[in-house]
Unconditional design. Structure first.
Length: 184
């Protein structure tokens, strides 16, 4: 997200919590350094059991903004999220950084950030992986938008009928026209 967008959000009286990505080198380094050199104001440690692995997630909130460029309007909090666990038997530890115009506890930020990723994982990831939207050769914007709506409708119908896995739903009903009509 750009500084202009952040300024617009603040100017309109709204708040933001945005991920700081590696392509924002200066801000990323500032946030990384600040979170390494200062103590967090709030920490939340939680465990999530998803399928087999247990994921331990540490969310730390920092309100000391020394070293953070004032070009980013409205920053009141730095958030460091560290999920760790095992994937396919291999240990992993990741770190993600966020900036926010809100002053919330680590628990409150954890709920909001996890909620965002829940949407990302349940919709956008499915549309990309199962339906291949990112690799689609459809270039006309209206056609792409139409297919996206159809994909969302298929996802909603399958979930409404109890399918937690869209891949399983498609395999089960793809060649059964009667079953497809029953879902509708």
């Amino acid at each position: 997200m750009s500084k202009k967008t952040v300024k617009l959000i603040i100017d309109r009286g709204n708040h933001y919590t945005i991920a700081v990505k590696g392509n924002q080198k200066k801000l990323y380094q500032q946030v990384q350094l600040t979170t390494e050199q200062t103590q967090p104001n709030s920490v939340d440690i939680s465990e999530d059991k998803c399928r087999n692995p247990v994921v331990c997630r540490t969310v730390s909130v920092f309100n000391n903004l020394l070293g953070i460029s004032s070009e980013w309007q409205g920053i009141k909090s730095l958030i460091k999220v560290e999920p760790q666990g095992k994937r396919a038997g291999v240990d992993y530890h990741q770190t993600a950084y966020y900036i926010s115009s809100l002053e919330l506890s680590a628990v409150e930020f954890a709920v909001g950030i996890q909620g965002h990723w829940g949407i990302e994982n349940r919709l956008h990831w499915v549309k990309d992986v199962v339906f291949g939207e990112d690799k689609s050769l459809i270039r006309h914007s209206q056609a792409a938008a139409n297919f996206s709506v159809i994909h969302q409708l298929v996802i909603a119908i399958c979930r409404l009928h109890g399918y937690s896995s869209l891949t399983t739903a498609i395999r089960t009903i793809a060649h059964d026209l009667e079953q497809i009509f029953l879902l509708l």
